[in-house]
Design a protein around this ligand. Structure first.
Ligand SMILES: *[C@@H]1O[C@H](CO)[C@@H](O)[C@H](O)[C@H]1NC(C)=O
Ligand SMILES: *[C@@H]1O[C@H](CO)[C@@H](O)[C@H](O)[C@H]1NC(C)=O
Ligand SMILES: *[C@@H]1O[C@H](CO)[C@@H](O)[C@H](O)[C@H]1NC(C)=O
Ligand SMILES: [Zn+2]
Length: 294
C-alpha cells in the first residue's frame, strides 16, 4: 500500500508595485507614496489584496493579474482597510473578473463611505487625483464573523485566508491578511515600508499606542513574509517592517515634543528619516498635528 501525501503549500505570491506619483497639494508639488497590491494564487484560483485609487491604475492591475496568473479564477478582492487608495478602483478589477467577490470585514465596510464625504473626498482624494470617480460601495460584501475565507487548489486542497482585525493602524478598524500555510502577512496600512506614515488619524498618544499594539499582534503571528502596502520597490518583504513601523510611531512622538509648528515637525521628520518617501503624506500629517490641515 502506498501513502501519498501532498502537504507542500502550493501557493504563489506576486506583488504589483505602483510607483510614487507627483501630485499637487495646496498648490505645492509633492509626491504620493508608492503602493503594493498582492496576488496570492493556487494552481487554479487567486485572491487580490486591495486595489488602487485611480481607475486606469486599476485597469493596469487587472491586466497584470491576467498575465501573472493566466487562466486562473480570481475569487476574491480583499480590502484591508477603509482608505480610498486601497479599494476605489475595484470596479475596474470586476470589469475584467466579473466572477470575483469584493470582500471586507464589517468594520471596514461601515467605514468605507467616509472616504466619499468631506473633507476626505474633496480635500484629499479629488485634490490629489482630479479624475477620481466613486465606486458603488454596495458591491462590497461582509465576511462572515469568523473572517476566514478559502480558495481551492489541485486535488481539492483548500487554502485558508484569515482577516486579522487588529484595530488601529493608520486608520480605525484596520486589518491585515494572514495566510497561515505560507506564513504570509499582507499588512495594509498597519505595516509600512520606507514611506512616511499617515498619522493624520493618530493625533493622540493613546491612538499611537494602539497602533503599536496592533503591530505586536501581527508580530505574534510570527510571519516570515510581510508585505507593507506603502513601500519602496527594492526593500523586500521581511518581518523587520513590523519593528520599523513601530519605531517610526515612537520617533514621531519624540519629534512632536520638540516641534513648535508643522514646518518644524516636517523638517525634523525629513532629517530623521531621509530615506523615506511620499512627501504629501508627511506634509498632511505634520499639518494635522498643528490644526493646519486642509
Ligand atoms: C492655489 O492657486 C490658485 C490660483 O493661483 C488660488 O486661487 C488658490 O487660492 C490657491 N489655493 C491654495 C490652497 O493656496
Ligand atoms: C497610474 O495612473 C496615473 C494617472 O493617475 C498614470 O499617469 C500612470 O501611468 C498609471 N500607472 C500605471 C502603471 O498604469
Ligand atoms: C450599485 O450596486 C447595487 C448592487 O448590485 C445595484 O443594485 C445598484 O443599482 C448600484 N447602484 C448604482 C448607482 O449603480
Ligand atoms: Zn494607504
Amino acid at each position: 500500500m502506498r501513502w501519498l501525501l501532498t502537504l507542500v503549500a502550493a501557493l504563489s505570491v506576486d506583488v504589483y508595485h505602483l510607483a510614487s506619483t507627483p501630485v499637487q497639494f495646496q498648490n505645492v508639488s509633492l509626491f504620493w507614496s508608492p503602493q503594493t497590491f498582492t496576488l496570492v494564487h493556487s494552481a487554479t484560483e487567486a485572491v487580490l489584496v486591495d486595489a488602487p485609487i485611480v481607475a486606469e491604475n486599476g485597469t493596469d492591475l487587472a491586466n497584470w493579474i491576467s498575465k501573472t496568473a493566466p487562466g486562473k479564477t480570481l475569487k476574491y478582492v480583499y480590502i484591508t482597510h477603509a482608505h480610498g487608495d486601497h479599494f476605489n478602483s475595484f470596479p475596474q478589477i470586476l470589469a475584467k473578473f466579473p466572477g470575483a467577490q469584493v470582500v471586507a470585514t464589517k468594520g471596514v465596510i461601515d467605514h468605507l463611505p467616509t472616504q466619499y464625504e468631506p473633507p476626505t473626498w474633496d480635500g484629499l482624494w479629488q485634490a490629489l487625483f482630479p479624475d477620481v470617480q466613486q465606486a458603488n460601495l454596495s458591491l462590497v460584501k461582509p465576511l462572515s464573523s469568523s473572517a476566514d475565507f478559502f480558495i481551492n487548489g489541485k486535488s481539492n486542497k483548500k487554502f485558508e485566508f484569515r482577516a486579522i482585525l487588529v484595530g488601529e493602524g493608520d486608520t480605525t478598524h484596520s486589518t491585515v491578511m494572514y495566510v497561515p500555510s505560507i506564513d504570509l502577512v499582507v499588512g495594509g496600512d498597519v505595516v509600512y515600508g520606507h514611506c512616511y506614515q499617515w498619522l493624520v488619524e493618530n493625533l493622540t498618544p493613546q491612538l499611537r499606542s494602539q497602533w503599536i499594539a496592533s503591530l505586536d499582534q501581527v508580530k505574534a503571528l510570527r510571519p516570515k513574509v510581510v508585505v507593507p502596502s506603502h513601500t519602496q520597490e527594492q526593500e523586500g518583504f521581511g518581518p523587520q517592517h513590523l519593528q520599523e513601523t513601530q519605531d517610526y510611531i515612537r520617533g514621531w512622538g519624540e519629534l512632536l515634543a520638540k516641534a513648535k509648528k508643522w514646518q518644524e515637525l516636517e523638517a525634523l521628520a525629513k532629517a530623521r528619516w531621509p530615506d523615506r518617501i511620499g512627501s504629501v503624506v508627511l506634509r498632511d500629517s505634520a499639518e494635522a498635528f498643528f490644526g493646519a490641515a486642509a
